[in-house]
Design a protein around this ligand. Structure first.
Ligand SMILES: Cc1cc2nc3c(=O)[nH]c(=O)nc-3n(C[C@H](O)[C@H](O)[C@H](O)COP(=O)(O)OP(=O)(O)OC[C@H]3O[C@@H](n4cnc5c(N)ncnc54)[C@H](O)[C@@H]3O)c2cc1C
Length: 426
């Protein structure tokens, strides 16, 4: 099994282009435009579309997709190297055709959609002519998706949906929804729900309120679905397989968030270092203070460790392991991601002093984003449980009262193994 840390020179040229393009052309959009998914907002056509055209011309559009869907089929490792550059900017993902939740929704449509569903929903989504929303979480509980209470009942040739959804991001901008609803209440919990595609103009869909996060534009919707009627064929995947369908988007989606989070943490780290070598106190730069050095060193090491786990997991995915096989890695990446961003951003804030706390700097926003990362797609605690379960599931309990790796026992084993040689040598 060959592995290396080399990047092909031709691909490095692409990475260099992406890096300078994101810094020079895309990052400035963050300062003048609102929500990236608001593709009808003033300025989007004039400012974002030309950048998307450059990305397409360069052959870097929707890199997460295989060639059959218009992507490059780069695989996860190259995708990680790309994402850790485009994630610097809020607009990076949409400029490169890789924004969540559309990227995950496209994965689901590609895997489970019928030819008609792909034509009607997937194609315009991949071209970013429309954006979409994924509505799973409900007001009474998100961390446990078996609590889904929204119902879908067959009435002749139509499904009728009723219920409420919570924190459905970008619902206001979406042309269609992927929604999970309970179709088989008498089945065991993971077989009760199914996934549906619902066009946004369907009567009965109401946004009760869009919630904002820490002063950002409100984009997370509390929704009510009242007698929403959709054709029978809008079921996505098989009846009762909502969990299996949802899983399709979550493994890759969590990894892609993590790849982009490296970019954010790296950006905080660069700023921390520049400030440390620039700011004077007590006759010397901050960089000369050992406690500042410790913060730089901790951040560098934490970021490198996290990046290596992300890259290793991406490499394994490229080498024949499904996201399901990689459950332990993905869950570890998922719970480390908020921690790394939180720690690096808060050290960067601290080293910038009062300036670090102001809106001139991105650090408070990064800290909020770290909480976003620790909740969306399942809270940290749940992912830690997954890692521990996966690690422990194949272990057998020790037979005796004491572990067989106690020193006395090990010495006896070693003597038995090497006894004759030792006797001769002595
Ligand atoms: C920015 C953002 C965007 C989101 N976008 C979407 C979206 O587009 N579509 C969508 O469907 N959902 C979305 N969500 C919802 C997200 O999936 C839920 O927030 C998440 O699953 C947690 O659900 P909850 O918020 O209801 O928390 P709860 O279920 O109320 O859990 C609260 C807390 O309880 C603790 N906890 C929960 N379960 C356990 C456990 N098993 N063991 C130990 N502790 C536990 C954790 O500390 C957890 O944070 C988004 C969330 C955020 C923050």
């Amino acid at each position: 099994m060959a592995w290396s840390f080399n990047t092909e020179p031709e691909f490095q040229l692409e990475l260099d282009w992406i890096d300078q393009f994101v810094r020079a052309e895309v990052e400035p959009l963050d300062l003048v435009l609102g929500a990236p998914h608001d593709i009808r907002a003033p300025g989007f056509e004039q400012l974002v579309r030309p950048l998307q055209a450059q990305v397409k011309a360069r052959g870097l559009w929707a890199c997460h997709l295989g060639p059959e869907l218009g992507g490059k089929g780069f695989g996860q490792l190259k995708l990680a190297l790309i994402n850790e550059l485009i994630g610097r900017s809020r607009f990076g993902p949409i400029v490169f055709g890789a924004q969540a939740p559309d990227s995950g929704n496209a994965d689901v449509l590609a895997a489970y959609g019928t030819p008609e569903q792909k034509k009607r929903y997937l194609e315009p989504l991949l071209a970013n002519e429309v954006v979409s929303c994924f509505a799973l979480t409900e007001p009474q509980g998100g961390a446990d998706p078996t609590m889904v209470d929204t119902t879908a009942v067959l009435d002749g040739d139509e499904w009728v949906l009723n219920g409420e959804k919570w924190f459905a991001s970008n619902a206001s901008f979406a042309s269609f929804f992927l929604i999970m609803a309970k179709t088989d209440p008498d089945e065991r919990p993971h077989r009760r729900s199914s996934m549906f595609i619902v066009p946004a103009e369907t009567p009965g869909i109401e946004i009760i309120k869009d919630y904002g996060v820490s002063g950002q534009i409100p984009t997370h919707a509390h929704m009510r679905w009242s007698n929403v009627r959709i054709p029978r064929e809008n079921l996505l995947g098989a009846r009762g397989e909502g969990f299996i369908v949802a899983q399709e988007r979550l493994g890759g989606g969590r990894m892609h968030h993590a790849m982009r989070t490296i970019a954010l943490a790296q950006s905080a780290f660069e700023k921390m270092c520049e400030r440390a070598v620039s700011r004077m106190t007590k006759g010397e730069h901050l960089a000369r203070k050992q406690m500042v050095q410790a913060q730089v060193a901790d951040s560098w090491a934490q970021l490198r460790q996290f990046r290596l786990l992300v890259l290793e997991t991406a490499w394994l995915a490229d080498n024949g392991h499904s996201w399901k096989d990689l459950r332990r890695n993905v869950a570890a990446v998922k719970f480390l991601m908020p921690q790394v961003l939180h720690d690096v951003a808060s050290r960067a804030l601290q080293i910038h002093g009062s300036l670090g706390l102001t809106d001139e700097m991105p650090f408070t926003s990064m800290l909020i984003t770290s909480y976003h990362m620790g909740l969306a797609d399942g809270p940290t605690e749940v992912h830690k449980v997954t890692v521990a379960r996966e690690v422990l599931k194949e272990l057998q309990p020790a037979e005796g009262m004491f572990p067989d790796y106690m020193r006395d026992g090990k010495i006896a084993d070693a003597k038995a193994k090497f006894g004759s040689v030792l006797t001769r040598a002595i």
